[in-house]
Design a protein. Structure first.
Lengths: 333, 473
């Protein structure tokens, strides 16, 4: 299997700010890569460098076997972080125009555009002006503009932001479909649960530094469960006292639903489960899989608490809020 | 290449096939016609006549009867006739050699205005020993007013003081001027009429009282004819035979060509600027740049709006040519001038459009663009402000210098090439070469600025930053 993207030792600064620091990243063909990190981590900068929209200060990049994305623009689909449409242009002609710029033949283009609009539930907007669409509709139109030319590599910068739960699900299925067609996909998000549900590989970046780059299966293997969640049948406090002495348990926290036992990194989780069962009658004993978020917080360490709070805020906002996210500047800084 | 054509076509279509553009293009001549019509109408509708009295201190004691006669209804009628005759002569001069009927034009066909249009002036002769200052006093509080029904009172609005020497000459044989004093806010045409009538009375009195002239037996009317300045019946001699001179209409050709050039170039490059700023603020830019290179995008846009500019040039140009043909005036322009028009359009357009594309890519919104456009507009406005000087003296140092200043040269050359004096042959290719060099330099620099600026948001760059972008690899 060849690699869709190879990044070696790439560094990019904006003024005095280090946006991406000495980054190595290899994205194999056919993979579905999630780029994860909070706002300003360097996700968009990395993506823009892959797209040859901006150029690294140092290091090497190859995209689809070429030295830069410019040489294979027609084989790449791109959904930028900042959504842009010609406000006065009609949706159909806009998509046809973008497809033509992507090297598509004009023959049969109209059918193709109509097919895609139908597919995302926008069958009736072909003749509407872009400015008449809602934000969510505009985003779906932009997604079409990224995939209509059947590219080998699809890069989606924050594709889920601003979508309601139904459209998030639709977009997930569309991304999955492209993945099953054998295309390489990259998407960035700061809402980590989307990545968890969708991607095959995980790439985490924080303050310009890579903190994780693994297939999702390996992520779960590497970051073994460390928390045992217990719901006792009897009194929670009594049970908590009994469980404190189990080997490998470093911390006991009672929560509204039960007890969380934090295990020592090298503790045997399976042994701990049987130890719990032996000591108290329980309604439920569960080895909790850490969320991607937990892993991220663990990885970035130091300022973890503050970051966790920030991430919590972001993800809850993301899941309930369908308003567009506002970013003050196009260049991450 | 296909992508550039796609971009150019989209930009052209997005500009031209809009209500705004079509209305603008059609409405401009319509608006001009309306304005012209309104001015003609306004000229026809004169207000009621000025009413007032003119005080006269005649210290020569020789003028009274002549002044009275010059202010009489008969004399005023003659004056009005002469005025309208003069206006008709000017129109006749201007339309000489064309098939325009001077009588078909508003001024040419205007009847002599009725006597009511002349100011209603009464005369009061003051004793010769009246002090100027005393006679002047009422002017301070004078009411300059129009005729009103039921008002018989009149204010003194003017005072004329004539010394004996003005009529008889002084000891050196000179004739000093007479003095006039006017009330505030008196129309200049009224002053002009008062002065002309008094002056005529003075001259006639001088002639009548001069013994040398009396001995010739000539009266003042005959003397005036002898003194009248003849004008030439001009013919232009060419191989094809003598032609009546085209008169002053030809003077309008250089300005017409420059206006045409300036309008098409500025309209289209303004559209280019707006669309670039819009793409950037709409964030379409990034989508486009994921499909095409900045250079392709800029080239496509410049070509698209060039088509818009050529359309404007063609529409107004053919309107103008149709007008010239209709009035049998087509031969006042030479076919070669049309070729130069296209050449200088290309030079002016590419230069200004490159700069506009760069400005559009460098800024975030139109307001910021205005500030950066100022230096470009200053250079373009030089020919606009100096066209009259250039046309009057097409080979003056000013005109020659401006012909080699990038930005101004296409417009200045266009004026000179349509002007009355032939431009030295070497200057044409050199000016074109300067133009092409400026286009290449501007295109190169604009490409750099466009590439960097297109995706740069935030603080708009100053000229120092722009220069750094240009120097970037």
């Amino acid at each position: 299997m060849t690699n869709a993207i190879e990044i070696k030792g790439v560094t990019k600064t904006f003024g005095s700010k280090l946006a991406v620091n000495n980054l190595d990243l290899i994205i194999p063909q056919g993979s579905l890569y999630g780029f994860i990190g909070p706002n300003g981590a360097g996700k968009t900068t990395t993506i823009r460098m892959i797209m040859s929209i901006i150029f690294p200060d140092s290091g090497n990049l190859s995209v689809l076997g070429k030295a830069s994305a410019i040489e294979s623009k027609d084989r790449i689909g791109y959904l930028p972080e900042e959504r842009g449409l010609y406000r006065k242009m009609k949706v159909g002609p806009f998509l046809e125009y973008i497809a033509k710029l992507k090297g598509q033949d004009s023959a049969g283009l109209q059918q193709k555009v109509k097919f895609w609009l139908d597919k995302v539930g926008l069958a009736d907007v072909y003749r509407k002006k872009c400015e008449e669409l809602s934000k969510g509709m505009q985003q779906k139109v932009q997604f079409i503009s990224a995939v209509i030319h059947e590219p080998d590599l699809i890069i989606l910068d924050e594709p889920f932001s601003g979508l309601d739960p139904i459209n998030r699900r639709l977009l997930r299925s569309l991304i999955d479909e492209q993945h099953k067609l054998g295309r390489t996909l990259i998407f960035s998000t700061h809402a980590m649960f989307e990545a968890e549900q969708l991607c095959t590989h995980l790439f985490m970046i924080h303050q310009g530094n890579k903190v994780l780059d693994l297939p999702l299966a390996d992520v779960w293997k590497k970051y073994d469960p460390k928390i045992l969640h217990v719901e006792p049948l009897g009194s929670v406090d009594e049970a908590a006292a009994k469980l404190a002495g189990i080997e490998g348990v470093v911390n006991v926290v009672t929560t509204t639903t039960g007890i969380d036992l934090r295990l020592h990194p090298h503790a045997n989780a399976a042994a701990a489960v049987s130890a719990v069962a032996a000591r108290i009658p329980a309604r439920m004993i569960e080895i909790r899989r850490p969320s991607v978020e937990d892993i991220f917080v663990e990885l970035v360490g130091g300022d973890a608490a503050a970051l966790k709070a920030e991430l919590d805020g972001l993800s809850s906002e993301e899941s309930t809020d369908s308003l567009p996210r506002r970013s003050p500047a196009g260049v991450e800084s | 290449m296909n992508k550039i054509v796609s971009i150019a076509w989209r930009e052209f279509a997005a500009t031209v096939f809009t209500k705004g553009f079509i209305m603008g293009i059609v409405m401009t001549p319509v608006m001009l016609a309306i304005v012209a019509g309104a001015i003609t109408l306004m000229k026809k509708q004169k207000g009621p006549q000025i009413v007032g009295s003119v005080a006269i201190i005649d210290r020569s004691n020789l003028l009274e009867s002549r002044i009275i006669s010059n202010f009489s209804d008969d004399a005023v009628k003659k004056e009005l006739d002469a005025d309208s005759e003069r206006a008709k002569t000017i129109v006749k001069e201007a339309t000489k050699g064309t098939n325009i009927d001077p009588n078909a034009l508003p001024i040419g066909s205007m009847p002599t205005p009725p006597i009511e249009e002349a100011p209603l002036l009464s005369l009061e002769f003051l004793p010769a020993d009246t002090k100027d200052d005393d006679a002047k006093k009422p002017l301070e509080t004078a009411e300059v007013r129009r005729r009103e029904a039921g008002r018989a009172d009149v204010s003194r609005i003017a005072l004329v003081v004539i010394e004996p020497s003005t009529v008889m000459g002084d000891e050196k044989g000179d004739y000093p001027n007479f003095k006039t004093f006017y009330a505030d806010r008196l129309d200049f045409q009224v002053k002009d009429r008062i002065e002309r009538r008094v002056a005529r009375a003075v001259v006639d009195t001088r002639l009548a009282n001069d013994k040398r002239i009396a001995s010739t037996g000539l009266n003042s009317e005959q003397l005036r004819k002898i003194m009248g300045q003849p004008s030439a019946d001009a013919m232009t001699v060419t191989v094809g035979g003598d032609k009546t001179d085209k008169g002053q209409l030809k003077m309008l050709v250089p300005m017409g060509f420059m206006m045409l050039l300036m309008m098409s170039v500025l309209t289209s490059s303004q559209y280019l600027l707006t669309s670039t700023v819009e793409e950037k603020s709409n964030r379409v830019m990034e989508v486009l740049l994921s499909a095409v290179s900045p250079m392709q995008l800029m080239t496509g846009k410049i070509l698209g709006y060039m088509a818009v500019g050529l359309l404007v040039l063609f529409l107004y140009g053919s309107l103008g040519i149709a007008g010239l043909i209709a009035f049998a005036l087509f031969d006042i322009i030479e076919p070669m001038q049309l070729v130069y028009l296209v050449i200088f359009f290309a030079i002016a357009y590419f230069l200004i459009a490159s700069l506009m594309a760069a400005i559009g890519a460098a800024v975030n919104e139109m307001k910021e663009a205005q500030a950066m456009m100022a230096p470009v507009m200053v250079i373009v406005m030089i020919p606009w402000l100096t066209w009259f000087l250039i046309q009057r003296a097409p080979n003056s140092p000013l005109a020659t210098t401006l012909s080699f200043i990038p930005g101004a040269n296409p417009f200045v050359m266009m004026i000179r090439l349509c002007g009355s004096e032939p431009v030295p042959t070497w200057q044409i290719p050199v000016s074109i070469a300067v133009g092409i060099a400026s286009v290449i330099a501007a295109g190169w620099a604009a490409g750099k600025v466009f590439r960097v600026g297109a995706l740069m948001y935030g603080k708009p760059p100053n000229f120092k930053t722009l220069w750094r972008w240009i120097k970037m690899a």
